[in-house]
Design a protein around this ligand. Structure first.
Ligand SMILES: NC(=O)c1ccc[n+]([C@@H]2O[C@H](COP(=O)([O-])OP(=O)(O)OC[C@H]3O[C@@H](n4cnc5c(N)ncnc54)[C@H](OP(=O)(O)O)[C@@H]3O)[C@@H](O)[C@H]2O)c1
Length: 407
């Protein structure tokens, strides 16, 4: 017996509702969805139930063999299931770009994008693009994939007349992020890395991503919604790195959802007619729920967008490149030459500085210095006068530098 609540919320569904319950009677024929992380846990069940409802599901997986096995196991039970397996390592920008361009070249439409793939609490490591692995996998990959498929989604909306939906798997753990919320200036700081807080940070980024997408869609008048969901706590392979381990699952077994209950909120938000037009929200137990204050902060959402855009737009090898910063500190560091709203940087020891973020106290400023060659002096406008004085030197921890590959 489990102790999962059977009390229904406003939607008419409860924590105990399964993915099949919340999509009963919904006809998904003619819709195409991408479900990332379809080889295991929530993603696998989401794929199965969408296919059961007639949706054509594309399964981007990092291991093609497991993807094919999952496809076969679903088709065995649902012979009409329309499933296609494609390769994607969401933690690698190159792989995301390849996947998106192959997807576009196949001419598939895209009605529903479910950003589900994720990892939890690995020991500190960097992705191929030198970004802390949880942030890279759980947020940056999603961000790039979404941006690369937006035109396809918009075209599908136009041609089908049906609303597009983006569903992003967040978690209640988004509340347990680092105290600053998103540590823009310490994303790659190994010394202060806490696997659990870094997971929380990436899940906060998921909720903020949905929020900012919504703002942009509404501004543009595009009929696409973006929502974040907490699936519940489910014993899946997610705990392979620890965090919640077998002992935790053993003790709390009765409070855990099973996998079909765990996929319910995703399927509800992706398919149910009740959710039409609802966007920028946080769902749990197939009902609207309230995310943390950080997750509802529009400025933070906007800042994360800019940050993610810079990460994904530039050929970056390192952020917070400590060696470079050390070199700057002894060289001396970046010097600011200030004369009436004009700031000059002297860049030492780098071929090219793509951008620079500086923070003094609580105030931060991001300067776009793209295209500035090392050794040059450059002018940047828009910095608060009060922040700088002539010849001021910013020290190690106060800035983050993005360097062009090969520097
Ligand atoms: N389970 C929970 O209690 C819980 C609670 C809150 C939120 N969530 C969220 O729900 C989502 C799904 O989690 P789950 O519990 O179903 O975990 P899971 O069983 O471990 O499934 C994760 C999926 O993501 C895929 N994945 C991981 N890294 C990838 C990469 N670099 N490229 C492509 N695919 C990758 C995995 O592929 P492989 O098979 O190749 O490893 C797997 O298919 C995650 O975003 C998680 O944060 C889960």
């Amino acid at each position: 017996m489990t102790w999962i609540s059977i009390c229904t919320g406003k939607s008419g569904f409860a924590a105990s509702s399964t993915a099949e319950d919340v999509t009963k009677g919904v006809d998904g024929t003619g819709l195409t969805a991408i479900v990332s992380g379809a080889t295991s846990g929530i993603g696998l069940e989401t794929t199965r139930v969408l296919a059961l409802r007639g949706v054509h599901v594309i399964m981007p997986v990092r291991n093609l063999e497991s993807g094919k096995k999952v496809k076969e196991s679903i088709v065995e039970k649902i012979p009409n299931a329309k499933l296609d397996v494609m390769e994607l390592d969401i933690s690698s920008m190159q792989s995301v770009r390849q996947f998106a361009s192959l997807y576009r070249s196949k001419g598939y439409p895209l009605n529903i994008l479910i950003l589900n793939a994720g990892i939890m609490t690995p020991p500190f490591s960097l992705s191929k693009d030198n970004i802390e692995l949880q942030f890279a996998t759980n947020h940056v990959g999603n961000f790039l994939l979404t941006n690369m498929l937006l035109d396809t989604m918009k075209k599908t909306v136009k041609e089908s007349g049906k609303e597009g939906r983006i569903v992003i798997l967040s978690s209640e753990i988004h509340r347990m992020t680092y105290k600053e919320g998103i540590r823009f200036d310490k994303i790659n700081d190994e010394k202060s890395y806490c696997a659990f807080s870094a997971y929380g940070q990436s899940k906060l980024a998921n909720a903020l991503h949905a929020k900012e997408l919504t703002r942009r869609f509404q501004e543009e008048g595009v009929k696409i919604t973006a929502n974040a969901v907490h699936p519940g706590v489910i014993a899946t392979n997610l705990a392979r790195n620890g965090g919640f381990n077998a002992v935790f699952y053993g003790i709390f077994n009765r409070f855990l959802k099973n996998i079909s209950q765990g996929a319910a909120t995703t399927c509800y938000v992706a398919l149910h007619p009740q959710v039409k037009g609802v966007s920028g929200q946080y769902f749990a137990d197939s009902n609207l729920s309230k995310a943390s204050n950080y997750a509802q902060d529009p400025e933070l959402a906007n800042k994360l967008w800019d940050f993610s855009l810079r990460l994904t737009n530039s050929k970056v090898t390192g952020l917070e490149n400590r060696d470079f910063l050390k070199k700057l500190s002894s060289n001396p560091p970046i010097q600011l030459h200030y004369s009436w709203r004009r700031i000059g940087f002297k860049i030492v020891g780098a071929k090219r500085l793509l951008w620079l973020e500086m923070t003094r106290g609580k105030r931060g400023v991001v300067c776009d210095v793209s295209g500035i060659e090392g050794g040059d002096m450059c002018g940047v406008f828009g910095m608060e006068k009060s922040m700088v004085s002539n010849g001021m030197v910013f020290t190690g921890s106060t800035y983050v530098a993005f360097l062009e590959q090969g520097t």
